[in-house]
Design a binder for this molecule. Structure first.
Ligand code: SRM
Ligand code: SF4
Length: 570
């Protein structure tokens, strides 16, 4: 590697940088802290545990009441299992389902990056849960932290060369980019610990300080961008000529996190910069990671993602550095066909005589609630029919490799357990995403998952009143501006602003190639649908044939959208 200087001098490193550096390959004193008789861990433990795939948090619903009673917070852990491309086996799904019942309060949550999260795991049960995930041949290592996270890929189990390749590439990258440390195996899986004064194993990719910040990779082909590939630090667009892979466009610098009122932080879509051949994918990905490792901002975590490096240095500088790390000149990114997003819910042929059934899961939350027993229904379907479960970046589940006669049985089980069939959902409900927010997320300013159903119901009514009830519109709701349900890449982004209101973003495109814009800064929850209603009405009246809602909003000036919204909301 030509240039391995770390951008910030040691005395300007952020606190997390010091922790990583002094952690001896992510060990720190985690083993001791986990064995200690306390409900949580200290700040250093909190930071290091992320790399092992778990976050310490607390139940925010009960926090105030507990404080008034003089009690400590109800500490609990979130655990995230890494599932490249979202693809599981039936056995793995059933193992995760068992763990959810034993340790995770009976809930599995499909994330917007095709992983599974358990919430509310007690400290004493962390080891058993993480070991259980590993016994199912999955890992939580590097599911969080300043490393390459779960690699996302187009989920559809279509039996052609393109879809197989995308899934295989996600697994290839995921394995090739895991940290080298054995700390994970020592702490969670009983491997013998290295001596206290022994140096940590050398990690040629991550070094001693890992990356300046989280790093995300997604891979898609233009004809199915359901992964929102351009929102990744490294978005890989695979280009095919028929069944033959011609190579990959690498788009650099996507990322959505921002902070309200801090214009220096902003969402950004990745810029397609270079093209590499079919055999160069891992080498090129490692070059991008090394570039960010050595030049990303280690002094300010709010300015540490690759997107800021790309903007600060410019495309020419980035490309020249990338070529140096890659060790050869790189071709400019090739032209790409327009992106599309495909609906995978319902019953579809795979092309190999087998079928898949896509189930829409609101906010990715799989649990039994009253008469709607989704968790039980899914585990029964998987146990009986043994499909290949695939988690999607739209928080849904595809049941793949089914026989042609499986559909009736699946629908009978779903109906018997009070679960609505995918076809009964409106388009807007089908495509809506929401992050967990309260009560589990420590960063949430407002609700998201828990207000998804009523809010989407109100938006459905507003669309119906405008005569466009069947319109396919992407609505994405988050409890804060960090962007976990990718609100800025949707047609409508509803983003927690304070505990009392939300910011509304409009004008993104359904295909994930254009960010939306903040049009309304502070709207109360009860006024979101009434603010949107007149905009829906104007869209219905004025749109060109086939013009999508996001495209129409994009073409309007913000002032016009604000005038419309204020008119009927008042
Ligand atoms: Fe996220 C932090 C949940 C996808 C941007 N995200 C968090 C934490 C861990 C809160 C924390 O740091 O204390 C949330 C845990 C909440 C909880 O109760 O479970 C959390 N993020 C999620 C998930 C579960 C949302 C979901 O609805 O599924 C997603 C897990 C993905 C996974 O399996 O790995 C999730 N997060 C995303 C995405 C979308 C994506 O990657 O496709 C983004 C925007 C893209 C990006 O990274 O820029 C995202 N999460 C963030 C950020 C802002 C990062 C930034 O650059 O500013 C944070 C906060 C941070 O890192 O400081 C964050
Ligand atoms: Fe938490 Fe904010 Fe992410 Fe929602 S968007 S999960 S509130 S960090």
């Amino acid at each position: 590697m030509p240039d391995t200087a770390i951008a910030a001098p040691v005395d300007l490193l952020s606190e997390v940088e010091r922790l990583k550096l002094e952690s001896r390959g992510l060990r720190g004193d985690l083993a001791e802290q986990l064995a200690a008789d306390s409900a949580g861990v200290d700040d250093a433990g909190y930071q290091l545990l992320k790399f092992h795939g778990t976050y310490l948090g607390y139940d925010r619903d009960s926090a105030t009441e507990r404080k008034q009673r003089g009690e400590d917070k109800a500490w609990e852990f979130m655990i995230r299992a890494r599932i490249p491309g979202g693809r599981l086996t039936a056995e793995q799904y059933l193992a995760l389902d068992d763990l959810a019942l034993q340790y995770g309060g009976g809930s599995l949550r499909v994330t917007t990056r095709q992983a599974i999260q358990f919430h509310a795991v007690a400290k004493g049960e962390l080891k058993a849960t993480i070991a259980g995930i590993n016994h199912a041949l999955l890992t939580t290592l590097a599911a969080c932290g300043d490393v390459v996270r779960n690699v996302t890929a187009t989920p559809a189990p279509i039996a052609d060369a393109k879809h197989r390749r995308l899934q295989a590439d996600a697994r290839l990258l995921s394995t090739a980019l895991l940290p080298a440390t054995r700390a994970y195996h020592e702490i969670w899986l009983g491997e013998e610990r290295i001596a206290g004064d022994a140096p940590a194993e050398h990690d040629p990719l991550y070094g001693e300080r890992y990356l300046p910040r989280k790093f995300k990779i997604g891979i898609a082909a233009p004809d199915d961008n359901s992964v929102d590939v351009l929102t990744n630090d490294l978005g890989i667009v695979a280009l095919f000529d028929g069944d033959a892979l011609t190579g990959y466009n690498l788009a650099l610098g996507g990322g959505l996190g921002m902070t309200h009122n801090r214009p220096k932080t902003y969402p950004r879509l990745a810029t397609p910069l270079v093209f590499v051949g079919p055999d160069d994918l891992v080498r090129a990905a490692k070059a991008v990671i090394a570039l960010q490792r050595d030049h990303g901002d280690r002094g300010d975590r709010r300015h540490a993602r690759l997107k800021y490096l790309v903007d600060d240095k410019g495309a020419a500088w980035i490309k020249a550095k990338l070529e140096a790390y890659f060790g050869a000149p790189l071709e400019d990114a090739r032209p790409m066909p327009p992106f599309q997003v495909v609906d995978h819910t319902g019953w579809h042929a795979q092309g190999d005589g087998r079928w898949y059934y896509g189930l829409s899961i609101a906010s990715g939350r799989i649990r039994d609630q009253g008469k709607r027993r989704l968790r039980t229904a899914l585990s029964r379907i998987v146990a009986e029919l043994r499909p290949t479960p695939i988690l999607t970046p739209t928080q849904d589940v595809l049941l793949a490799d089914l026989a042609a006669d499986a559909r009736d049985r699946i629908e009978a089980i779903l109906t018997e357990h009070g679960v609505e069939l995918p076809g009964s959902l409106s388009e807007v409900a089908r495509w809506a995403l929401a992050c967990p927010a309260l009560p589990t997320c420590g960063l949430a300013l407002n609700e998201a998952e828990r207000i998804r159903a009523p809010l989407i119901g109100e938006i459905e009514q507003a669309l119906a009143a405008a005569g466009i009830g069947g319109e396919r519109i992407s609505v994405r709701i988050t409890g804060c501006p960090n962007g976990c349900a990718r609100p800025y890449a949707g047609e409508i982004g509803i983003v927690g602003r304070t505990a009392a209101d939300y910011a509304l973003f409009l004008g993104g495109d359904f295909e994930g190639t254009r960010l939306n814009r903040r049009v309304f800064d502070r709207v109360k929850l009860g006024e979101i649908a009434s603010t949107l209603a007149p905009i829906f009405a104007a869209y219905a009246a004025e749109r060109r044939p086939d013009e999508r809602f996001g495209d129409w909003c994009h073409a309007q000036g913000d002032d016009r959208l604000r005038d419309l919204g204020r008119k009927l909301a008042a």
